[in-house]
Design a protein around this ligand. Sequence first.
Ligand SMILES: [Zn+2]
Ligand SMILES: [Zn+2]
Length: 363
Amino acid sequence: MSKKATAAVVHEVGGPYTLEEIELDDLRPDEVYVRLEATGVCHTDANMQVMVPMPAVVGHEGVGVVEEVGPAVDYVKPGDRVILSWPACGVCPTCLLGHRYICDNAFQLLFGGKRLDGSPTIKLNGKWISGAWFQQSSFATNSLVPQNCLVKVDNDLPPEILAALPCGVMTGAGGIISALQVGPADGVLILGAGGVGQAAVMAAKMTGAHPIIAVERNPERLELALELGASHTVNAETEDAVARVLEISGGGVRYAFDSSGASAMWEVAAPALLPGGVFGVCAAANKETLGGSPHIMLSKGNRIQFIMGGNAVPRVFIPKLIEWYKQGRLPVDRIVGTFPFSEINEAFASSHKGETVKPVVLM
Ligand SMILES: [Zn+2]
Ligand SMILES: [Zn+2]
């Protein structure tokens, strides 16, 4: 049986979301219906809409309760609370090697708008539209998800905290801990202090690294970074960022982490990295972004490491994020701002203006 739901549908790339009734396809044996409680709002939902034909239902940081399961589902049962996280096929060579965050089929699973077998999942007014965004399309009251994207969680945390974890916080914290494997003897430069950057700051503090230098243009976000664990902040708008970073670090840092994708930040990272240092990048960089940075990095034998989903395996890493939150070491509540589902356009606008660090909509 198919299932009706209310979704925030986008009809043209970059256009507003409108709440409309949709129909989710019948469950395949390995799929479940989830009634969503909340979902995080991420820049990727806006920036990557060009990948799918319009109209579409996007959203990829869902939290909810399992309503119904297909006959082959053995990981969850109706009533279980789940986070909808990073999709992977589970059977390609890269997945089998344990790197499911860069599954051979990742691009299709994230931005194909359909299941991996090419079948659509969402109907609007009787016609198939793009769904299965990150195999979840979570800007809706209900979602159809393959079981291998689910992470079972307890009922003891509010949905808005859990909804910040599966992409934003996992990318920032995973970038520092899992991908770059920063240690206490390292200095770290964090470029951009939005949701991902702030999670990276919190994680860097957990590693014992010093200094932890956050670079950003928004003074309020720099203030927050300082409260969340940065040892120093540099305002890229008003200060000579390279000179300041070299001065603070005493000549350079072992690691830099960019969540901004901005060329100005690459121009800071390149001269600030120590020889042999690593530049972790989790935001898409284009030709213009690269600028002259690669030439500088070449001379120092630096490594650029692109990072997908924090190089994290959700069922392993998300429970750790939850534990760190409970211990007070990953204060996700400091970055989250909530909006009712009906105000999803306001949530995006607030994020865009830099007012809300990590918006979450509550269904
Ligand atoms: Zn795979
Ligand atoms: Zn995201």
